[in-house]
Design a binder for this molecule. Structure first.
Ligand code: SIN
Length: 309
């Protein structure tokens, strides 16, 4: 990655795959346009950024996230608030929210560009969040597999994902039923498996998530081995990074170019996070042309190490 130096902020990469910590900003006071432009560039270059030691009200968190785009409600979230509390109590047993590799809201027509997650309460150990770089996943494919991937449309189905045989764990919903609106989450979308991220002009493997069940024009059975294959590529340890939380940390991730995994290794402790989501463009790529104006390229991103490929 040949990033231009930053003038107003400090950006420290976390791994050679993705992720960085930004320091030198106080989000509660608001950012000038110059400083925000650097934070935005650092975000698109590193895909996930964490800014520690922030003291943010809900409104301040929303105001910061809204500088990246319109805020959008999480799919399947009850009520009118755009804020989703990601909570696990000391007394909770079983699965946590997001305790598997996934991207948020992939069944939405405009699946989120990104999320801003703020740590209100964190356990003394555990509760890290892992991410993987979907640019690297795409680049690691052989030319023949790239050609196949470029041609595929994946069906992301909230209809199949929520309830019944779905992948959304019922025990997670049962713990806080007031938070979820089953019907609102039961929507479907067809997205290209390979999408272009407008702000970098590069391709990602928009890999199958727990809401993806089959490729367009293929049966569920035909799709299953391919889905598994692409998921395993995306989750390769070499393409990941892992963030340790501290209270008051604000994290922002590109939900189109990464997958994340909230680790469930802090049983007996509370973990309380506040999440807001930023609306994305309609996914486009080689198999699906854009249907609206495409934002300009503003950032370069890290490329896959050929040794890993
Ligand atoms: C999520 O999947 O959005 C939750 C991430 C986390 O709690 O670390």
């Amino acid at each position: 990655m040949n990033s231009r130096p930053y003038q107003h902020i400090r950006v420290e990469p976390l791994s050679s795959a993705l992720g960085a910590e930004i320091s030198g900003v106080d989000l509660a006071r608001g950012l000038s346009d110059e400083v925000f432009a650097e934070v935005r560039r650092a975000f698109f270059e590193n895909l996930v950024v964490m800014i520690r030691d922030q003291d943010l009200t809900e409104d301040q968190q929303c105001d910061f996230a809204a500088r990246f785009g319109k805020l959008t409600k999480s799919a399947g979230l009850a009520g009118t608030s755009r804020v989703f509390m990601v909570t696990k109590k000391a007394t909770d047993r079983g699965r946590n929210v997001g305790g598997h590799w996934h991207a948020d809201g992939t069944q939405m027509e405009r699946s989120p560009l990104g999320s801003a997650l703020y740590a209100l309460e964190i356990p003394p150990y555990g509760g890290d969040t892992m991410f993987c770089n979907l640019y690297m996943a795409y680049e690691s494919l052989s030319p023949g597999m790239k050609k196949l991937a470029d041609s595929l449309i994946l069906v992301h189905s909230g209809t199949m994902g929520y309830g019944g045989q779905g992948h959304v764990a019922q025990d997670v919903i049962d713990k806080r039923p007031e938070m979820y609106d089953f019907e609102a989450g039961r929507i479907d979308a067809e997205h290209p498996l390979v999408r272009i991220i407008p702000q970098t002009g590069r391709k990602v493997l928009y890999a199958p998530s727990p809401m993806s069940f089959y490729f367009k024009d293929m049966s569920v059975a035909d799709s299953a081995p391919l889905i598994k294959y692409f998921q395993e590529i995306a989750e390769k340890p070499e393409f990941t990074c892992r963030f340790r939380w501290t209270k008051g940390a604000l994290m922002l991730w590109d939900n189109r170019a990464t997958y994340h995994y909230a680790l469930n290794d802090y049983h007996g402790w509370d973990r309380t996070m506040r999440r807001v989501q930023i609306e994305g463009e309609r996914p486009f790529g080689p198999a699906k042309p854009p249907t609206e104006a495409v934002p300009e390229v503003v950032a370069t991103v890290r490329a896959a190490d050929p040794v890993v490929a």
